[in-house]
Design a protein around this ligand. Sequence first.
Ligand code: GDP
Ligand code: IMO
Ligand code: MG
Length: 425
Amino acid sequence: MNTCIVGLQWGDEGKGKVVDLLAEDSDIVVRYGGGSNAGHTVVIGEERFALHLLPSGSVRAGVMCVIANAVVVDPAVLIGEIDGLALRGIALTDRLLISENAHVVLDYHKREDQLREESLGKEKLGTTVRGIGPCYADKVGRSYAVRMSDFCNLPELDRKLRTILAYKNKLFAALYGAEPISIETVMASCRQYAERLVPFVRDTTEWLHHAIARGQSVLFEGAQGSLLDLDHGTFPYVTSSNASSLGVPAGCGVPARMIEKYIGVAKAYTTRVGAGPFPTEQENETGQYIREKGHEYGTTTGRPRRCGWFDAVAAAYSVKIGSIDALALLHLDTLGGLKKLSLCSAYEIDGRRTTFFPANIDRLARAKPIYEQMAGWDEDISQATTFEDLPANAQAYVRRIETLIGKPVEMIGVGPKRSQTIIRK
Ligand code: GDP
Ligand code: IMO
Ligand code: MG
């Protein structure tokens, strides 16, 4: 069985944890989009892993890991991650594959991301400054793109990079008065990257099709969240890839109909990092309570995450566009101790009530959340192992979310550890 795990909100829903859990019964885990802007956390016992480019299946011995064509690969980050895991006794030597068609993030992409964000001042998007937008822009523009296969032919890459740098240096100097980047520096890094990564490079589309034909089971690991999807999210406050499950077919060459199950991951509340509208945001004591209790600080950048109530309108939209079959609802424990919980079940926009999320940010900015109030619970639920272990109010909260979204909640997170997950049948 092939399964896709995707975030239903604005990222950081806990995808890493869900992928790690389901990887136990999977042969292969595939990252199909995004880059090192992602930060996926896996906690096993007292050990914590934060993965940016490696699929979250990498911490399980024996699971094959694939970085597919639509991922933008920062070689320095990837090598650091491979080495970091090796130091902790986890080898990837024979179980990592990187698509030859995946585009490469180089230092000038990160520089461009940073220079642009700085020059925009208050208008900035609040990116992770990992060079994601500039790299995807080069991919779409084609003339100045570098792909993993380019590491297999260094003389040709040298020629290509000279053309690219001539262009980038003129641009950066004219726009930002930036110092030029030398071809020698970039090529010196590329030679090291090539030496380390070429052994993993191949046609991952062909490999995946053969594996699926042999009956191997594949987990497709989404990065970011559906509301950050370039085409269907809250543009321009999105990332530069199709972060919803719509990104899977284009992102790895495996058609959507070959995936039997789509699991949407959501927190029991909502968070967002970076700029952009967020109707249920709580810039008050409640938001602060959730941030501190849930440790809501970015895995990649350490930035405090904006926190707010669960938005069923937004999550239901992600379920609709993403063909989601079931939900994993994480961080239920974090809501413990709040007397009353609010659930957003509809919006009022220009005097009209709607339950369909407007991705258009002008309309979204005018959306007033309509809340339902629910009673909270004080009990510590972090040791609960079955749904019945949960206090009645927590059960009622989960059930109400199921009704509002129209899909079953099959997994419930009651703490960060792998073991702190209730599996509901
Ligand atoms: P991802 O990007 O979707 O993989 O999520 P992140 O790793 O960026 O953020 C999720 C954070 O919540 C991590 O620190 C996880 O360890 C933690 N976490 C995941 N599930 C739970 C849960 O059910 N309860 C609590 N308290 N923490 C959780
Ligand atoms: P995971 O996979 C949360 C956000 C950034 C910014 C916007 C654009 O851990 O859920 P980018 O660097 O992609 O150009 O930034 O997208 N963003 C994320 N927010 N989790 C992520 O990944 C994110 N990846 C990007 O904060 O608002
Ligand atoms: Mg994250």
